[in-house]
Design a protein. Structure first.
Length: 183
C-alpha cells in the first residue's frame, strides 16, 4: 500500500495489525504492508515508509473514528483494528474492569478519569502523588490501554497522546468483568 486510502482498505481487510512488530503470532505488521522507500523519498532521514506509518497510525483513527481503532494489545504492541474486528473479537476477549488492574494502574486511571491529559502530564502527576518511577508509570499506562480502560483521544489537532477514559470515546460498549485469558 502506498496511500492512506489503501491503508484504510488494508485494515478493513485484515481486521488487526500491529504497527511495527512481526512477533505477534497470527497478526501481520502494518509497517511490512507499506510499500514505500525505506531510506529515501521522504521529508526526513526516516524515509517515506517510516514517515507514512508514523503519520497514518494517528491519522487513520482520527479520520475514520467509526471504522478504525488504535490501541495496545497484549504484550504492549501498538495495533490498528477495523472497528468490526474490535467490537466482535478484540473487545469481548480483552476488556476488563479497572478494578482487576494492578494498584498503580488503578491510581493512574483515577488521574485520567478526573483530568484527562497528555502522557507527560499524567506521568508527572502520578510520579508526584504516588512516588512511582517512569518505568512503573509506563507499565501502568500500558496495562490501562491493554485492558481497554483508557484510550488515546483522536482529535486532529493534538500533537501528543492525550488519554481519556475508554467509555468517554466508546461509551456504547460495556466493560467486561474478568481478567483477559492467555489465548
Amino acid at each position: 500500500m502506498q496511500t492512506i486510502e489503501e491503508a484504510y482498505d488494508f485494515i478493513q481487510k485484515v481486521g488487526i495489525c500491529t504497527i511495527f512488530s512481526e512477533s505477534v503470532p497470527g497478526i501481520g505488521s502494518f509497517y511490512d504492508a507499506v510499500d514505500l522507500p525505506d531510506r529515501s523519498g521522504g521529508r526526513t532521514k526516516w524515509g517515506a515508509r517510516m514517515e507514512a506509518v508514523w503519520e497514518w497510525k494517528i491519522e487513520l483513527p482520527t479520520l475514520y473514528p467509526d471504522d478504525i481503532y488504535y490501541g495496545k494489545i497484549k504484550g504492549g504492541h501498538a495495533a490498528l483494528m477495523s472497528m468490526r474486528y474490535f467490537k466482535e473479537v478484540h473487545y469481548p476477549k480483552h476488556a476488563y474492569a479497572v478494578s482487576a488492574c494492578k494498584p498503580l494502574a488503578q491510581q493512574v486511571y483515577e488521574i485520567v478519569r478526573l483530568s484527562p491529559g497528555t502522557t507527560a502530564e499524567v506521568r508527572r502527576e502520578a510520579m508526584e502523588r504516588f512516588g512511582c518511577s517512569k518505568s512503573r508509570f509506563d507499565t501502568a499506562l500500558k496495562e490501562l490501554q491493554i485492558s481497554l480502560n483508557i484510550v488515546r483521544l483522536n482529535e486532529p489537532d493534538l500533537k501528543n497522546d492525550t488519554w481519556v477514559p475508554f467509555e468517554e470515546v466508546y461509551g456504547e460498549l460495556e466493560l467486561g468483568g474478568g481478567q483477559e485469558d492467555d489465548a
